[in-house]
Design a protein around this ligand. Structure first.
Ligand code: MN
Length: 238
């Protein structure tokens, strides 16, 4: 049985709180959900801190990044991350953009973020890094503030689950809110573990086959951590 739109929007609000609790989002960053009834729209919060988002704060944006809100509210400058990825990837139904800290070092050093344990198999063989200088020169504010920049990011993401954004953060995609949240949380955790392991010696990463198999296995268990994260988020809801 599929969820009602109201339940999905409540999940999207809760996902904002979860990602703050788990150290992925802070006062910045966002998560969106493709509209379940019209593929050319997605839901995202109005321009506000993710830790404060309620279902009533969600508004609709189209796949060119234009806001459609009868209350005339504004959303994030970087909504184009979401619009361009939904346009390029019909399989994607939820997108997280964050500045989570452990990912930043991998975007700026050339060290590859790779699956180090069975919880991060979704990273695949390697994680692409988006370099905004290639599309917009050397004096940008690093933000994805137009559909053209969004398209160049979506191109670098390709069919991957995660792309890093040099000196800025990352984008994580999923076929559901639960999967996008799971991946965003475990991308941050995996990056942290990889930095610790790099100090000890050469790392024995998952093979491509192990990455695929562990990712497929974890996809059958997305509800387990989701229910826990959700309960924790609801406890701290004011
Ligand atoms: Mn950003």
């Amino acid at each position: 049985m599929s969820k009602s739109l109201d339940d999905l929007l409540q999940d999207l609000a809760i996902a904002n709180r979860i990602l703050v609790n788990e150290g992925v989002l802070d006062g910045f960053g966002h998560i969106s959900l493709r509209h379940p009834e019209r593929a050319d729209r997605f839901f995202i919060a109005r321009s506000m801190a993710p830790g404060l988002v309620c279902a009533d704060d969600l508004l609709q944006v189209d796949l060119e990044g234009a806001v459609h809100d009868e209350r005339g509210r504004r959303t994030y400058v970087e909504r184009f991350i979401h619009s361009a990825i939904y346009a390029a990837r019909p399989d994607v139904h939820s997108v997280v953009h964050s500045h989570s800290p452990s990912i930043i070092p991998f975007g700026v050093t050339g060290a590859k973020l790779r699956p180090i344990c069975h919880m991060s198999g979704f990273l695949g063989a390697t994680t692409p890094v988006y370099e905004i200088r290639h599309s917009a020169g050397e004096s940008t504010d690093l933000l994805i503030s137009s559909q053209a920049l969004g398209r160049s990011l979506a191109q670098v993401l390709g069919q991957a689950s995660v792309a890093l954004m040099r000196g800025h953060g990352s984008v994580t995609v999923g076929h559901s809110i639960e999967q996008a949240v799971f991946r965003a949380i475990y991308t941050e955790k995996s990056a942290h573990l990889q930095m610790q392991a790099m100090r000890l010696g050469e790392i024995n990463f998952l093979t491509e086959g192990e990455a695929q198999a562990t990712s497929a296995m974890n996809d059958t268990h997305l509800q387990r951590p989701w229910e826990m994260w959700k309960r924790q988020a609801l406890k701290t809801w004011d």
